[in-house]
Design a protein around this ligand. Structure first.
Ligand code: ADP
Ligand code: MG
Length: 316
């Protein structure tokens, strides 16, 4: 059996050779991360469509593309956005409600503040954190049809949900195009579409303390697998490690008993938002949150290196 370590990021995909169509892949860098799509059946043209869709979504949803819906909204505080942007903003707002604000796209002001801290190597002062915190809150974004308004100086950042949403869109496009077996990996936001020649896909979850190694491998079919953790995109200032995920309640990067959370569920959008929210909440809070999402299974890697899985996780 041939094993190819395929994807980068927090999660990697173990592709094993088998009978039937041989896999075909396309890779690119988009949305500030490595993206790969592999199909096991269907036409090659589907891969081109996926790559084009990634580019189109980056143009619409990246906060660093000046003409995107998100950059326009953040700049003016109000904008008329694309139907799909409005739908994603509404979904994001609803996750802010169901996660008690642990996942909140208006955390953007704090994200910008801490991104600058990373660049300059100096942590923000308390006043700057308090000022950014004052802009955060799900109620600060009003979506009325395609018209979006941000209140109290709020900004939005789709970094915690867009890759999951786009992975769901790519899976739907592939399915509509007649593909029944594929792997989509947008920087560790994975969708395993169908299965592979009748067997589940094997997805490796990285060891947060040594991302060259796997902590465990799980078997999934027709599911999204999304990981949030502090190790992959975290940074150090004066010998202290900081996460790129911010606790919207304190204004500081998350530091708790979790090193990573992986969510396995049918929707990659849900898995993306929940993995971020669970990481913010810590192990106990995450378990309580997930009790409201019976379709979601989870793998927790705790700071003492222990691994906890919910009962529907199929460890290989
Ligand atoms: P990754 O993007 O590394 O896969 P996540 O899905 O957890 O990881 O998203 C982290 C990104 O989401 C950050 O880089 C930032 O843009 C944004 N973000 C940070 N904290 C929060 C939060 N509490 N709620 C929503 N988005 C957040
Ligand atoms: Mg996320």
């Amino acid at each position: 059996m041939k094993r190819i370590l395929a994807a980068v990021g927090c999660v990697c995909v173990l592709l094993m050779s088998g009978c039937g169509d041989s896999p075909r892949s396309r890779q690119t860098v988009a949305l500030d991360t490595s993206c790969a799509v592999t199909i096991y059946d269907g036409e090659d043209a589907l891969l081109d469509e996926c790559m084009a869709h990634l580019r189109a979504r980056e143009a619409l949803w990246s906060k660093t593309v000046a003409t995107s819906d998100i950059a326009t909204l953040n700049k003016s505080g109000t904008a008329v956005v694309d139907d799909d942007t409005a739908a994603l903003l509404i979904a994001a707002k609803s996750f802010s409600e169901t996660t008690d604000g642990a996942f909140d796209i208006t955390t953007a002001s704090l994200v910008t503040l801490w991104d600058n801290a990373e660049k300059e190597g100096v942590i923000p002062d308390k006043e700057a954190i308090a000022a950014a915190l004052a802009c955060v809150g799900g109620d600060n974004m009003i979506v009325d049809g395609n018209a979006v308004t941000l209140l109290d100086g709020a900004e939005v950042d789709l970094g915690g949900i867009a890759k999951g949403a786009i992975a769901d869109e790519l899976a739907a496009m592939l399915k509509d195009g007649g593909c029944e077996s594929a792997l989509i990996d947008l920087g560790g936001n994975i969708v395993a579409l169908g299965d592979k020649h009748g067997e589940p896909f094997h997805i490796g979850i990285a060891d947060p303390q040594n991302s060259d190694k796997l902590a465990l491998t799980i078997a999934v079919s027709d599911k999204a697998v999304v990981t949030s953790g502090s190790y992959e995109r975290g940074y150090d200032i004066d010998g202290t490690h900081y996460s790129h995920i911010i606790d919207p309640q304190t204004g500081y990067p998350v530091k708790n008993d979790l090193l990573s959370v992986t969510i396995v569920c049918p929707s990659a959008t849900t898995a993306d938002a929940l993995s971020t929210a669970c990481f913010v909440k810590g192990y106990k809070g995450a378990k309580a949150l997930l009790s409201h999402y019976p379709e979601a299974e989870a793998v927790f890697i705790l700071s003492d290196s222990t691994i906890e899985t919910t009962k529907g996780i199929d460890v290989v």
